[in-house]
Ligand binder design. Sequence first.
Ligand code: TXA
Ligand code: MG
Length: 376
Amino acid sequence: MTLKKTRIFTHEHIDEIIEALQKGELAALPTETVYGLAANIENEEALRNIFLVKGRPSDNPLIVHVASVQKAKEYVKEMPLLAEKLYEAFAPGPLTLVLEKNEKISSFVSAGLSTVALRIPAHPLFLKILEKGNFALAAPSANLSGLPSATTAEHCLQDLQGKISYILDGGPSSIGLESTVVRIAPPYVDLLRPGNISSDQIKSFLLNYDQKFQEQYIFRDLSKKHLSSQEAPASPGMKYRHYAPKGRVFAYSLQTLDFFSFEKAILEEAEKKKSPLHVGILLSKEKEKETLSSFCAFVEKINEKNETMVLKSKLFFEAKNESPVLSASRSLYASLKAMDEQGMDCLFFPFFEETALAEAYHNRLYKACGLEEKNV
Ligand code: TXA
Ligand code: MG
C-alpha cells in the first residue's frame, strides 16, 4: 500500500469527497453510531482496500449504507413487509437489517454469505453524501480491526493516518456504539448484535406487527453466543475479539463496587509487568466518593507487600441531563482510547443494572474485557 496524505475535511468539502468515493477512494465518514470507513460498493478494488486498511479478516461481511428504503430494495431479492415496516419505524437510524441479497452485491461485501446487511444512517452529512452521490457505500467502523471503534475524526486519524486520504469531520458520534444488527429469515427474526435500538423495542414491535398483519415471527437473541462456541456464528463479526485497548479491561459493578474479586487477575498482570501497574478507572461523578473509597481500599490491600499498583487516571462519563447509561455508551470507546494513550495497564470500567438501555454498552464492554458475557 502506498503512503497517503491523510486530511480531515469539513462539510464544505462534501462534493470533493463524493467525487473521490465515486472514483474508488476510501473516506472515513461520520455516522450517529460510530465513524465508518466508506467505499463505493461498485468498486471492487475499493472494497478490497477496506479489508487491507483495517486488517479485517476477509470472512467478515460489510454493512451497506443507503439513503432510503427504495435504494435498499435494489440490493435484495425481496424486501419483506416486516423489513419495510422496521425501516419505517427506526430508519434513518441505528438499525441494520440482514436480508437475502441479489447479484448486485459482490462477495467482497457479503463475504460469501447469501445475505446483505443494510442500514440507512441518520447523520446528516452521511445521508447527504449518499443522496448526492446516488450510490451505496459499504462501511465498517473506521478503526483498525480489533481496536475500539472511532467516534471522532481525530480517532479515525489515529488509526488510519497514511492509509486513506479523506476523513470527514462531523463532530463526535451522538450514540457512540454500533448499530443493532437484526437478521430477517422468516419465520425468524434474529438479533445478531445489540445496539441503541434494544431487543425489547424489536420484540414489542414484532408483537404489534404480528397482530396487525397476521404473521408470526419468532424472535431469537443470537448475540450472546460465546467466543468458544463450536457452532458457526450467525454474524461472522461475533467470533472476533473486539473493541480491546492495549491494557487489560475489568468491568466493575456500579451497584456493589466490589473490586476484591479482581485480586487474582491483578496479581497475574503484576507478575507479567514486574514494575508497578498503572491503573485507570472510569467513574460516575455521582458515586465518585464511594467508588474511590472502595477502589483505594482494594489498591491498599494489593499494595500491602510492595507497590504493585498505582492509580494514575480518573475519567468521568456523565453528561448533563442524560441517562448515565447513554453517556457511558457515548464515551466508552473514547475513554478506552484515552486510557490507552495515558499508558494504563489496567482499566476499570463500570457496568450497570441489566436494563434494555444498557444492553449494547454491556455487550461492548464485556468484549473489550475479552468476555462474551458477564461471568463467563
Ligand atoms: O453502526 C454501525 O453499524 C457501523 C457504522 C459505520 O454504520 N458499522 C459497523 O460495521 O459497525 P462493522 O463492519 O464494524 O460491523 C458489522 C457487523 C459485523 O459484526 C458483521 O459480521 C455483521 O455486521 N454483518 C455484516 N453483514 C452481515 C451479514 N450479511 N450477515 C450477518 N452479519 C453481518
Ligand atoms: Mg467494527
